[in-house]
Every structure is written in C-alpha cells, then in structure tokens.
Design a protein around this ligand. Structure first.
Ligand code: BTN
Length: 264
C-alpha cells in the first residue's frame, strides 16, 4: 500500500472536516485539481481530498505544466467551500502556503519560507507550488486548493536543479502520510482563522514566514520593474515600493516575482 492511501493518513488526522469527506486516491490521474473540480461539480462536500502517485497532466500557475513523477511528491488537492467573500478567495493561497510551511517544519524540521504569492521555498529553492482554482455552484463558491510538494529528488526535472529542491535533500524525509495529515490539520486551522478574522487572522504568521516582504524584488509582467516588497494588502496584493518612490499594487495572477539576484 502506498503511504498516500487514505487508509494510512486518515488514522493520523486531527481535523474536523478536511480529509473527512470524500477522499479520492488513485495511482495515476491527469491532475488532482482537474479531477477534484469535476468532483466539486458533482456536489462533493467541503473537505474532500484528491491525491495520487503520479499526474500525467499536472498543472502549474500561468498555464505551466507541473512535473509529477510517480512516488516522488505529495500531489494533493483539497476542496474548500469556505465561509468568505469571493473577493477574499485568493487569500486561501496564503493559508495553503502557511500550512505546507508548517507541515514540512513539523514533520522534517525544514526551515521553509513563503515566496509571494504561492511558492514554498527552502534554501532559496522551490519546495512546493500552489494552484488555486475557484468555481461556483448552487451552494456558492468553492475553491480547489492544489499543492505539489517535492519530497524525493526525482520530483523535479534535472534542469530545474538550481531553482528546485526536495524534502529529502534537506532532511530525513518522513512518510508522506505524516506530511499529509499535518498539512490538512494546519490548513484547517489557517482557514478557520481567515474565516473568523479575515486577513488579520493570518497576517502575523504570514509575515513571519515570508521571504518576500522586506526584500528587493523584480516584477515581471506586462511591465518589468524592480523595487522593495513592503506589504500585502487585505486582498492579497503585493505592495512594491518602486525606485521612483511610488507604491505599486501587484496582483498575483498577472506576474512572476523574483529576487533581484535570482529566483528568491
Ligand atoms: C505552481 O507553482 O505553478 C503551482 C504548481 C501546483 C502543482 C499542484 S500538484 C497538485 C495539484 N494538481 C495540479 O495539477 N496542480 C497542483
């Protein structure tokens, strides 16, 4: 049995709802986000989880593909039907990033940080990517929160070795079932704080884990400019102080943000 089978991680769960609804696990799927979106359309409840060993059409942000070879990572999507306004939905990305950061810290002792908007990094290389997708049905908004965590060295293609990293390169990799259970628990807590208190409920933790805030960044989009990332506003946009002194609001959907010296 694979350590991603629900039978192995469900007994470790400390959650009330995440992982306790419909759990779909298969060896090979196109994309856990794609499959879970279809489950959502058919009425799957809040907390449903989709995960697999290998994705044949794993998807990343900005229409990129996401390498997801067999047994090398945690390729997981969680269906959320959150009690928040649709315009706040992008903030769920921060909950996912916080939860994955906590999961690798608690289970492997890795000092991971969050690179705005949706990467978890360690030692200046990408450990996990996040893809959030929204939809609406008769019961309101739903969000499919996908995360791809590199656990083994083979998770990412060799040509990305200068920008990507895996848990096993940084620590003794725990069973993936332990990571999944910790991740779902941390995600449920972060989402609860977001639902109750809005961005303020997660802001302090996010600031503490961010490697973007306070750093010089290069924003690559319709326009290419550099500045210092000063803050995140209540909608999740990054506020960058440009070299001419103006404060520019940067939206996650439109851009890549890098460190001025490289990826972080
Ligand atoms: C990115 O950094 O561009 C986001 C990558 C997100 C990858 C995960 S793996 C599980 C889920 N299913 C997908 O097809 N994508 C996300």
């Amino acid at each position: 049995m694979s350590d991603l089978s629900p039978a192995l991680w469900q007994p470790l769960l400390s959650t009330r709802s995440l992982g306790r609804a419909v759990n779909h696990y298969e060896h090979t799927l196109t994309s856990t986000n794609t499959v879970l979106k279809e489950m959502a359309r058919q009425g799957a409840p809040h907390g449903s989880v989709c995960l697999c060993e290998c994705q044949t059409a794993g998807r990343g942000r900005l229409d990129r593909t996401w390498s997801s070879p067999e047994g090398q990572g945690v390729w997981i999507s969680v269906l959320l039907r959150p009690d928040i306004a649709p315009e706040s939905a992008p903030l769920i990305t921060f909950c996912v990033a916080l939860a994955m950061t906590q999961a690798v810290r608690e289970t492997a002792g890795i000092d991971a940080r969050i690179k705005w908007p949706n990467d978890v990094v360690a030692q200046r290389r990408k450990l996990c990517g996040i893809l959030l997708e929204m939809g609406f049905d008769a019961s309101g908004m739903y969000v499919v929160a996908g995360a791809g965590l590199n656990v083994r060295r083979g998770a990412y293609p060799p040509e990305l070795a200068d920008r990507a990293v895996s848990v096993e390169e940084l620590a003794d990799a725990p069973d993936r079932s332990v990571i999944v259970a910790e991740y779902l628990a941390a995600l449920e807590k972060a989402l609860g704080r977001l639902e109750r208190e809005g961005f303020e409920g997660i802001e302090a933790d996010y600031r503490a884990q961010s490697c973007t805030l306070g750093s010089a960044v290069r924003v690559i989009g319709a326009e290419d400019f550099t500045g210092v990332a000063e803050a995140i506003d209540g909608t999740g946009a990054l506020l960058v102080r440009r070299e001419d002194g103006a404060l520019q609001r940067v939206l996650a959907g439109d851009v890549s943000v890098r460190g001025v010296m490289g990826y972080v």
